[in-house]
Design a protein around this ligand. Structure first.
Ligand SMILES: Cc1ncc(COP(=O)(O)O)c(C=O)c1O
Ligand SMILES: N[C@@H](CCOP(=O)(O)O)C(=O)O
Length: 467
């Protein structure tokens, strides 16, 4: 298996090189040259596997044996040892046709831990094997940063710098990032929004001399390993269903911001999971909903919502979808991305729109609807959703084709991370101990302007050039 860029200007590379490259050196996103497929009979065999063993099988289709199987097994086992549920990602049944896949039992209580605990271990593994210094640069709207920091804090040979938007993450998210005192962690709190943070890091990844000099590495979903690790939970969720329930396929409702969560589902579907409907749930930052429902991809004003981690306009993995939508035509993707840069929007024809709508359904959830959903599900099922997971459920209610049968809605964060919203509906929750204790810890962060030069100066003082 080799990896190429959606813009076609990266010579095919192997798994570890792809992991280290992160963003394609031509500015595109990295994808596998071909997507391996898994037969229904193989899926049946995999139904008996633990989460870790299933991940080993799926990764083995992508790693070209570049990581010996016993090492890969250990990396995977270590990555999920800190999850508090014995099933790693438990599937909770709410009613005959609706299940919730709880992705938030990792160390930072959000679904990002599923991929990032593994990626942190993989970076440490590569740092050791190749005697490489690893300087990680990431942008976060709150969860990726907390999770990535937790996965590499204190690890030898690794430095991590995370940009988050100042004042636009929840209190718990901010504390999870900024109370970490390890010397290999730098938190930059940027006066701007998440798109500003993501824009700056993408510019730095596209600056090849800078990227090369500092061995810049990515933990965001621009890194294909993030996507691959996330695709495992679609297999797992499907395989956890009773055989009768999954006989007719399954549909997913997916809270999405950077298009990473849903693109992982799209990949799982292309690999062979019989997914009928992929529902893309957004909040009021609904660029992706407008793309799918109207055929126009155009950022509009940024809005602060109850689900701040999804307050995103420019979605990284949109380009990966565009690649497959264009029949894997890298020239067409490069041309569209140039056009987007020049004109600030993309429009799709009626025929294209029909094809997009065969792949994806979209539903955007307003602030009031988000809170209402949390309240109704608390009252009806005694189940407390966080605001992002509530967007998934509201989208299932609003756009799920119920005749499709079984639905799984992804619960992407623990409600304790977003107490600001939960309190608005008068619910007082008890925090898990690991969250409660954050409130007594000192914080460490540097506030910076949304200015590349200022951020580069911080990085130059922080990153290491050799181990
Ligand atoms: C809690 C939560 N749910 C959902 C999402 C959406 O995931 P993605 O942006 O990878 O599509 C995010 C981050 O964006 C998140 O932090
Ligand atoms: N919701 C994310 C935004 C960054 O997205 P990523 O999936 O590309 O890391 C966050 O919590 O930071």
């Amino acid at each position: 298996m080799k990896y190429i860029s959606t813009r076609g200007k990266v010579s095919p590379i192997g798994f570890i090189d792809m992991f280290l490259m992160g963003l394609g050196d031509d500015g595109g996103l990295i994808v596998p040259e071909t997507i391996p497929t898994v037969s229904a009979a193989q899926l049946d065999v995999w139904a008996k596997l633990s989460y870790e063993d299933l991940m080993l099988e799926i990764f083995s289709l992508f790693t070209n044996n570049e990581i010996p199987e016993s090492d890969l097994k250990t990396l995977i086992k270590d990555s999920y040892a800190g999850f508090t549920s014995p099933d790693v990602l438990p599937l909770t049944t709410l009613n005959d046709s609706l299940h919730v896949l709880e992705l938030f039992h990792g160390p930072t209580f959000a679904f990002k831990d599923v991929a990032l605990q593994f990626m942190g271990n993989l970076y440490a593994y590569v740092a050791k094997k190749q005697n490489q210094v690893i300087n990680i640069l990431g942008a976060t709207s709150g969860d990726t940063g907390a999770s990535a920091i937790s996965s590499v804090r204190g690890k030898e040979g690794i430095q991590i710098c995370i940009l988050h938007p100042n004042g636009k993450v929840s209190r718990v998210q901010e504390l999870q990032m900024t109370t970490v005192q390890d010397d290999n962690v730098l938190n930059l709190s940027v006066n701007g929004n998440f798109d500003d943070c993501q824009h700056i890091i993408k510019e730095l990844f596209a600056d090849i001399p800078f990227k090369t000099k500092y061995h810049l590495r990515a933990i965001n979903s621009i890194n294909f390993v993030r996507i691959l690790a996330q695709s495992v939970y679609y297999f797992y969720a499907y395989l956890q269903l009773p055989a009768k329930a999954r006989a007719n396929g399954v549909s997913f409702s997916i809270p999405t911001g950077n298009f990473g969560n849903i693109f992982s589902g799209y990949l799982a579907k292309r690999m062979g999971v019989p997914i009928k409907q992929l529902i893309l749930a957004t909040n009021e930052n609904n660029i992706l909903e407008r793309f799918i429902n109207e055929g126009v991809y155009k950022p509009e004003g940024f809005r602060s919502t109850h689900s701040p981690s999804m307050d995103i306009q420019i979605a990284s993995n949109f380009e990966r979808y565009l690649y497959y939508f264009s029949g894997e035509d890298a020239n067409a993707v490069a041309a569209r991305m140039e056009q987007f840069k020049a004109e600030g929007q993309l429009t799709f024809t009626e025929e294209e729109l029909a094809r997009i709508q065969q792949d994806l359904t979209a539903y955007s959830v307003g602030n009031a609807e988000c809170l209402e959903t949390i309240q109704i599900y608390q009252e009806s099922y005694g189940y407390l959703l966080d605001p992002h997971s509530a967007c998934g459920i509201a989208a299932y209610e609003g756009a799920g084709r119920k005749e499709n049968g079984t639905f799984i809605s992804l619960a992407t964060a623990h409600p304790a991370k977003f107490d600001e919203a939960i309190r608005l509906i008068g619910i007082e929750q008890k925090f898990p101990e690991r969250i409660q204790e954050l409130f007594d810890k000192p914080q460490r962060q540097v506030v910076v302007d949304n200015a590349k030069a200022e951020i580069v100066a911080q990085l130059e003082g922080f990153y290491r050039l050799e181990q």
